[in-house]
Ligand binder design. Structure first.
Ligand code: CAA
Length: 258
C-alpha cells in the first residue's frame, strides 16, 4: 500500500510507523487513520514482526483529530459514518506490543491515540492534553475513559474540563507515561525496547498483553482466571521448555514462537 500520511518501515523484527502530516502537526484525518489501520493490520499478520513503534515529529506526535475535516459534519454524518470507531478501533485491536514514542504535542485524539498504545515513552518536550472542550465537543476517542484510568479522576477532570496541558514530567509522575527520555534519544530508546520485546517468544508476549488488557475490562476474579489459564497454556509451548532450559544451562534462549 502507498501511504500518503505515514512513513512505514521495518527494522529487523520491529515495525516503525511515523505519522507524517507535518504542516497540520499530524492532525489525525480519516485518511491518516485508515492508513494507520491498514499498516497495523499488515504488521499483525506479518509473523516476522514482534513489536511496533508509533511516533510523530519533534514538534507533534499529533495535535488531535483533524478539525478541518470535522468542521462541517453534523450528527448524522458522525453517527452513520461511525466517526472514530471505524478505523481508530483497529489500534485497540492490534495484538502485538505497541509503543507510542511521543515528542511535542499529544492533544485531543493525539493523546487518545497514544493512550490506545500499550505504553507511552515521552520526550522531555512532550505535552499531553484533552482540549476538545474548547471546540464545543468532548474527547471522543477514549479520553474520558482511558485518562482517568491512567492518571486518576482528579487530573482527568482537570485536563478535560479546563483543557490544561500536562508536561512529560507530570505525566510520568501521574502514571500516563512509562519513561521520560531526552528528545534526541526518544526513538532509539523506543526502538531498543521494541527490539527487546520482539526477541521474546511472540505468543507469550501477546498473551501478556492480552492479560494486562483484561485488567481494565473485567472484575479481578475473572482477570485472575484469564491470567491463570493463559499461564497454563504457556506450558504447552516449546518456547517455555527452551526458556527454562536456557536459564538452567546458563545460555541465551532461542525462541521459535511456538
Ligand atoms: N486539526 C487540523 N489542523 C490542525 C490541528 C488539528 N487538530 N492542530 C493544528 N492544526 C494546524 C493549524 O490549523 C495550522 O494550520 P495552518 O498553518 O494552515 O494555519 C498548523 O496545524 C499549525 O498549527 P498552529 O499554527 O496552531 O501551531 P502552534 O504551534 O501555534 O499551536 C497547537 C500548536 C497548540 C497544537 C495548536 O495547533 C492547537 O491548539 N491545535 C488544536 C488542538 C486541538 O484542539 N486538538 C483536539 C482536536 S479535536 C479531537 O481530537 C477530537 C477527538 O477526541 C477525537
Amino acid at each position: 500500500m502507498n501511504f500518503t500520511c505515514l512513513i512505514v518501515e521495518t527494522r529487523d523484527k520491529v515495525g516503525l510507523i511515523t505519522l507524517n502530516r507535518p504542516k497540520q502537526l499530524n492532525a489525525l484525518s480519516d485518511v491518516l487513520m485508515d492508513e494507520l489501520a491498514e499498516a497495523l493490520t499488515a504488521f499483525d499478520r506479518d509473523a516476522g514482526i514482534g513489536a511496533v513503534v508509533l511516533t510523530g515529529s519533534d514538534k507533534a506526535f499529533a495535535a488531535g483529530a483533524d478539525i478541518a475535516g470535522m468542521k462541517d459534519l453534523g450528527w448524522m454524518d458522525a453517527y452513520q459514518g461511525n466517526l472514530i470507531s471505524r478505523n481508530w478501533d483497529r489500534v485497540r485491536e492490534f495484538r502485538k506490543p505497541l509503543i507510542a514514542a511521543v515528542a511535542g504535542f499529544a492533544l485531543g485524539g493525539g493523546c487518545e491515540l497514544a493512550m490506545m498504545c500499550d505504553m507511552i515513552f515521552a520526550a522531555d518536550n512532550a505535552q499531553f492534553g484533552q482540549p476538545e472542550v474548547k471546540l464545543g465537543i468532548l474527547p471522543g476517542a477514549g479520553g474520558t475513559q482511558r485518562l482517568p484510568r491512567a492518571v486518576g479522576k482528579a487530573k482527568a477532570m482537570d485536563m478535560c474540563l479546563t483543557a490544561r496541558m500536562m508536561d512529560a514530567q507530570e505525566a510520568e509522575r501521574a502514571g500516563l507515561v512509562s519513561r521520560v527520555i531526552p528528545r534526541e534519544r526518544l526513538l532509539d530508546e523506543a526502538l531498543s525496547a521494541a527490539r527487546t520485546m520482539a526477541g521474546f517468544s511472540l505468543p507469550v508476549v501477546m498473551m501478556i498483553k492480552e492479560s494486562i488488557q483484561r485488567a481494565f475490562e473485567v472484575p479481578l476474579a475473572e482477570g485472575l482466571l484469564f491470567e491463570r489459564r493463559s499461564f497454563h497454556a504457556a506450558f504447552g509451548l516449546a518456547d517455555k521448555q527452551e526458556g527454562m532450559a536456557a536459564f538452567l544451562e546458563k545460555r541465551p534462549p532461542n525462541f521459535r514462537n511456538a
